[in-house]
Design a protein around this ligand. Structure first.
Ligand code: NAP
Length: 513
C-alpha cells in the first residue's frame, strides 16, 4: 500500500507508524494509502517556511508571484486526467465531480495570476485614495498593504482536496505569504499528488508551500502574531481552532469557512414551464446532488409559494430518479458514494433529524451493502418555522427539503434567515419589487446572493459554483469568514498600514512615485 508523506522543511518526511491513518476507496471500502505525522518536528517546519519561503516570496513583485501562480495552474491542467483518476478512487467523485474540483483549482490559480498581472511590478499594494491631513497639501496620509512575515496555515475540508488547496494558496502566495497546507486526511491523495507535481517540477521557491498529510500535531500551538490560519470544515472544528491557546495569545488572524444551510427561493410570479422555473429546478437538482451533496454551497432548503409545492416536488422527483448511483469508476454512474463511513452515518442520522419537521418523499436509505452509497433524498415540509431541525442542522449529503411560504418577500426572507447565516442563497423571479425585498431581506445573512431571472436564464452560473472574482464566506453558522473576491482576498494575508508624513516620502514608500 502507498505510504503518503508530508513535504516540510524542503523535503518529504514520514511520521512514525504509531498513529497511522488509512485512506480508502469509498465505493469499494478498499484501503488505498496510509499516512502519519507522528513525531514530525513542526516547529522546525514552520521556521523553514517563514524564513526561506517568506523571504523568497517577499523579494518578488506581485507580477512575478503571479507568473509563479500561473505555472501552478498550467501544471494542474497538464496532469488533469491523472488527478481525476485519483479523485475517483479516493473521493468517490464521478468524472464530472472530479473535474469540478480540479478545473476549479486550476481556474482559480489562473484568475489570481491575471490579478497579479493587473497589479503589476510592485511589492506594496496601495489601498484607496490618500488624504490631505494638514492645512497644506504637504502633510498626507495613505493606506498600504504589505505582506505579513509569518506563514499562512491552511486546514481544508475533505470535499474539495484540489480546489481547497488552490483557492487558498493562490491568494496567500500572491500576497507574499508562504503556505503550510493540510487537506482532510480521508481524501488527501489528490492534494498529495498536486504538491508532488509542484515539487517535481520545481515551480515554487523553497519553503513557499509546505504540505501536511495527516494530523497537524502540535503545529497550531506554535503559531505566532505574524501567522494566519484559514480553516474550512465543520463549525465544531472551527470553534476548537479559533479558541486555540496560541491563536488567542498571539491574536492570530483566523478565517473560518464552515457549515451553511443554503436556500433557494422561488418567486410567486414564476410560471410552471417558464425559463425561470426550469433554471430553478436545474439549480436545485444539481446543487443538491453534485459531489453527492458534499458541497458547502449545496442547496439544503427550498422555499416555494404554497400552491407551487406539488409541481416543484414532482419536477425534483423526476430529476432525482434519473440519477444513477454507483461506483464512479463506471461510466454510467452520475452520483458516487459519500466520502467515508462516518459521512454515511452522519448523513443518515441527519435525515432522521430532518424527518422531525419534514416527510421523506424520496430516498433516505443506504444503497447496497458495500461502499458508502445513499440515494438522492427529498423531504417535504408543511409548516417551516425557525428552530426546526431543517433550520439548524446541515446534512452534508444529497439531501434537500422543499417547504412552503406565503409568497411574500418578507416571509421568504425570515425563513431563509432562520438558517443562522450562510454562504450563498438564490432567488428566482422577474418581479423587481419582490426580488429587491427578498434579496435585501436575506443579504445581511449571506456572503453571496444569486438572482435567477429570465434574462440571464441561458447564461446563469449555478449558485453552488464559487467564483474567484466574488467573495466566498458568510456570517454566523457559515463561520464569519471571507475568501476570494478578487483583490479583496489579499487583505487577510497582508497588514494594512496607514502612512502619514511628507506626501513625497509617503508616496515613495507606497511606490506611487
Ligand atoms: P472537519 O471534520 O471539521 O475537518 C476539516 C479539517 O479540519 C480537516 O482537515 C481535519 O483534519 C481538520 N481538523 C479536524 N480537527 C482538527 C484539530 N483539532 N486540529 C487541527 N485540524 C483539525 O470537516 P470535514 O468533515 O472535513 O468537512 C465537512 C464540513 O466542512 C461541512 O460541515 C461543510 O459544510 C464544511 N465545508 C465548508 C466549506 C466552506 O467553504 N464554507 C467548504 C467545504 C466544506 P483530519 O481530516 O485530519 O481530521
Amino acid at each position: 500500500m502507498i505510504e503518503l508523506a508530508s513535504h516540510l522543511g524542503g523535503e518529504w518526511v514520514k511520521g512514525a507508524s504509531g498513529k497511522t491513518a488509512t485512506l480508502v476507496n469509498p465505493a469499494t471500502e478498499e484501503p488505498i494509502a496510509t499516512c502519519s505525522t507522528e513525531g514530525i518536528d513542526f516547529g522546525a517546519a514552520l521556521s523553514y517556511a517563514r524564513e526561506r519561503g517568506g523571504a523568497a516570496l517577499r523579494a518578488m513583485s506581485f507580477a512575478a508571484r503571479g507568473e509563479t501562480i500561473r505555472g501552478l495552474s498550467r501544471a494542474l491542467h497538464a496532469h488533469r486526467d491523472e488527478l481525476i483518476g485519483l479523485a475517483i478512487a479516493n473521493g468517490g467523485n464521478t468524472r464530472s465531480d472530479a473535474k469540478f474540483d480540479i478545473d476549479g483549482a486550476s481556474g482559480t490559480l489562473a484568475a489570481y495570476a491575471d490579478i497579479a498581472a493587473e497589479i503589476g511590478d510592485t511589492r506594496v499594494l496601495v489601498d484607496g485614495e490618500g488624504a490631505q491631513l494638514g492645512r497644506s497639501a504637504r502633510l498626507f496620509g495613505q493606506h498600504v498593504f504589505v505582506p505579513r512575515h509569518g506563514v499562512a496555515v491552511h486546514v481544508n475540508a475533505f470535499n474539495f482536496p484540489a480546489w481547497g488547496l488552490a483557492e487558498k494558496a493562490a491568494v496567500a502566495l500572491l500576497a507574499g505569504m508562504p503556505v503550510v497546507t493540510k487537506p482532510a486526511t480521508s481524501t488527501a491523495l489528490v492534494a498529495h499528488r498536486i504538491v508532488q507535481i509542484f515539487v517535481e517540477e520545481k515551480l515554487l521557491p523553497a519553503g513557499a508551500l509546505s504540505f501536511i498529510c495527516g494530523s497537524t500535531g502540535d503545529l497550531l500551538d506554535r503559531v505566532g502574531g505574524q501567522d494566519v490560519l484559514a480553516f474550512t470544515g465543520s463549525s465544531n472544528t472551527g470553534v476548537v481552532l479559533r479558541g486555540g491557546k496560541s491563536v488567542l495569545a498571539h491574536s492570530v488572524r483566523v478565517n473560518v469557512e464552515a457549515d451553511s444551510l443554503n436556500a433557494a427561493v422561488l418567486g410567486p410570479d414564476v410560471e410552471d414551464d417558464s425559463d425561470v422555473m426550469n433554471l430553478f429546478i436545474a439549480d436545485v437538482a444539481r446543487d443538491a446532488t453534485q459531489k453527492t451533496g458534499q458541497k458547502c454551497t449545496a442547496i439544503r432548503r427550498v422555499y416555494v409559494p404554497a400552491a407551487k409545492v406539488p409541481v416543484v416536488v414532482e419536477k425534483l422527483k423526476e430529476r432525482f430518479l434519473a440519477i444513477k448511483v454507483g461506483d464512479p469508476a463506471r461510466e454510467e454512474t452520475t452520483m458516487g458514494p459519500l466520502a467515508t463511513a462516518q459521512q454515511l452515518k452522519d448523513v443518515m442520522d441527519g435525515v432522521a433529524k430532518l424527518a422531525t419537521c419534514a416527510k421523506v418523499v424520496l430516498g433516505g436509505e443506504r444503497v447496497g451493502t458495500k461502499g458508502f452509497f445513499l440515494a438522492p433524498t427529498l423531504l417535504v415540509g408543511s409548516d417551516p418555522k425557525p428552530g426546526d431541525a431543517v433550520h439548524l442542522h446541515e446534512v452534508f449529503g444529497p439531501v434537500t427539503t422543499v417547504m412552503p411560504y406565503d409568497g411574500s418577500a418578507d416571509h421568504a426572507a425570515r425563513l431563509v434567515a432562520a438558517g443562522g447565516g450562510g454562504l450563498v442563497s438564490s432567488v428566482y423571479s422577474d418581479d423587481k419589487e419582490w426580488v429587491s425585498g427578498c434579496v435585501l431581506g436575506i443579504a445581511p445573512f449571506h456572503g453571496r446572493v444569486a438572482i435567477g431571472s429570465s434574462k440571464v436564464a441561458a447564461q446563469a452560473i449555478p449558485p453552488g459554483t464559487v467564483l474567484p472574482s466574488l467573495v466566498h464566506g458568510g456570517p454566523g453558522r457559515a463561520g464569519g469568514g471571507e475568501e476570494l473576491g478578487g483583490r479583496r482576498g489579499l487583505a487577510f494575508y497582508m497588514q494594512r498600514v496607514a502612512l502619514q508624513g511628507d506626501r513625497a516620502l509617503v508616496e515613495a514608500v507606497a511606490g506611487k512615485r
